[in-house]
Design a protein. Sequence first.
Length: 327
Amino acid sequence: MKTILITGGAGFIGSNLADSLLKQGNSVIAIDNFDPFYDRAIKERNIEEALKNPNYTLIEADIRSENEMRKIFGTHMPDVVVHLAAKAGVRPSIKNPKEYFDVNVMGTLNLLEIMKELGLFNMVFASSSSVYGNNKKTPFAEADRVDSPISPYAASKVAGELACRTMHSLYGFNITCLRFFTVYGPRQRPDLAIHKFTDLIIKKMPIPVFGAGDSARDYTFVSDIVDGVTAALNNLNGFDIINLGESKTITLSELISSLERHIGTEAIIDRQGKQTGDVDITFADISKAKKMLGYNPAYTKEEGIAEFVSWKKQELKDTIESDSKME
């Protein structure tokens, strides 16, 4: 049994990962600051089952706090850290770049410094496909240049990767940076396209569509991401950067059509101008992940969207029933 510390452990990916690691018999320490970016109750629902497991510990704390992190790491001495905590969202980062760099860069450095002090040298770092910017070469490969990010969020993730590389060079850290490509599935953040669109279509409300609908994304189902993270945990050796995606793209218009089919309702489109900071396409070359991690995404877009829509409908039903009981 390993002791695995997950920052951002109550979030979308973190909670799904925790559930999987607990099923494998590991001990999980989850850190989350319950950032008000979205409703705290969502994260609390994410971890309801994990909290019942005696091998799960939830600690509410901020990764920027040296005292809190030193106490937590010193008490639990994890075998490996999965660093998922970050200020999320491309568009909000444009409005508040300082906070994004404070959390995503300085918070990461704080963790790495404390790990170095305590002799803890194993980390999986969550990066993002956004680091590729508007790269004209597709699919995106790990060796491609990432010096032209088009949002503060993307720039903060590039900086995080560089901090990890530096700590490996100086102190021998074993760190794998995983570049996630548009993750979706049960528990997805409510601000992300698939979740937001599904909610609005079900409620027969307009969905905001930025641009002509021809932007494309490499959507990756969360269980495939969890499998990739788990494989990375078991293969830490030096420093590396690896893409995790499905390696297939779908346009925004195609996504909406798929959601309409699975929901059984036609979307009401609120056409808007192209959004600053949004890339035109994300498309992962996953040949390295397949070779090094045995990564093999199992979910097609149609399968994943069907499962997400089913989960969302159940969540809405549960919410209505819960509200009626409180009246």
